[in-house]
Design a protein around this ligand. Sequence first.
Ligand SMILES: Cc1cc2nc3c(=O)[nH]c(=O)nc-3n(C[C@H](O)[C@H](O)[C@H](O)COP(=O)(O)O)c2cc1C
Length: 345
Amino acid sequence: MTTGAGKNILLGVTGSIAAYKAASVLRGLTARGHNVRVVMSKGAQEFVTATTFRALSGRPVAADLFIEEAQASLVHVELAEWADALAVVPATANIIGKFASGIADEVVSCTWMACDCPKLIAPAMNDRMWASPAVQENCEKLKRLEKLYFVGPVEGRLASEKVGVGALAPVEEIVEKIHSVAQQGEQLTMCDDRRKTEVRVEVKRKAGCEDLPLPRYMSSGASGMDLYAAVEGDMALAPGEVKLIPTGIHVAVPSGFEAQIRPRSGLALKSGVTVLNAPGTVDSDYRAEVGVILANFGPEPLMVKRRMRVAQMVIARTERAELVEVEELTETERQLGGFGSTGLH
Ligand SMILES: Cc1cc2nc3c(=O)[nH]c(=O)nc-3n(C[C@H](O)[C@H](O)[C@H](O)COP(=O)(O)O)c2cc1C
C-alpha cells in the first residue's frame, strides 16, 4: 500500500480480443504517476505476451501460479498486499463467473480473491455473451458481494464485426476511473455503479417468448433497458410506414412510476427509425403486452427481426396533480405571451 499520489495498481488481464488495449491502459496509468504490476491469465497470453507488459511496466509479470519463483513468494498474496487498487481489463465472461463463484484456479482469480482493496472490472465480450442471464447474474452477484466498480461494456464494433453492447469501454475512460478509484478508494467504490434499485417492476413473459432476453440495464450507468422485438418472422417496415412491434412482455409498474418507451439512438441514426409516440407511457395499471410503435422516416425499409432491440424502456417517477379551477391565474411578467422563452414566438 502507498500513501502518496502515485498508487500501486494491479492490472489483471484476461483472454479477450481486447486484451491488447490493456497495454494502453497500463501506459495511461504510468503516465499519471502510478506504479503498475500486471497479472495475466493463460487466456490473455493467447492474445498478448507477458513481455509486452513487462517492458511497459518495468516489472515482472505474474503469468502463472505454479512457477518456481511464484511459489516461493506466493505471488498472488504478495501482489494483493502491495495493491491499492485492482483493475481487471478486459474482464472475460469466464473470469467474471469465477469471481462471482469463488473459483480460484489460476493466478488472476487467486489474486482477486486475495485482494481486499477497491476493485474495478472492465468487461469485454460478444454482445450475446454479455446479455446472457448467467453473465448478468454474475455481475449483479459481484456488486452485492464486493466493493467494486464496473466500467462498460459499451456499444461498439465487436470481434464478430457486428455492433453491439459488449465492447471494452474507451481506454481513457478506464484509466480515469482506475485513477479515481485508486485515489479515493472506498468512497468512490460505493457510488454510482452500486446505485440501489429503488423500484421493483414485475415482468411476465408472454407464452412463446421464453427465448427472448428480459430487458435489463446493460451497463452500470444505463438509465434505459432495451426492449426486444417478439415478431414471429421478419417484419418489414417500409419507408413512411408505422407498425406496432410486440415485445413479448407484460409489466406491472408500481403506482407513482411509469415505463417510458423511447427510441434507440442507433436505430434512429442508422435507419431513421423512431418510436412514433415517444416517449410512450406504460401506466401503472396497464397489463397488456408492451408494444412499440415504430415509424420509419429513413429512405430504406427496415427488416425487424425477432430479438432485435427496437426501443428502450426507462422507469421514471410521475406525479399526479390535482387540477383546481380558478377565476384568475397568478400574474407573471410574460403574461399571455406566446410560445418560446421570450413569449414572442
Ligand atoms: C478469438 C477469440 C476472442 C475471444 N474474445 C473474448 C472476449 O472478448 N470476451 C470473453 O469473455 N471471451 C472471449 N473469448 C473466450 C475466452 O478467451 C475464453 O473463455 C477463455 O477461457 C478465457 O479465459 P480467461 O478468463 O482465463 O482469460 C475469446 C476467444 C477467442 C478464441
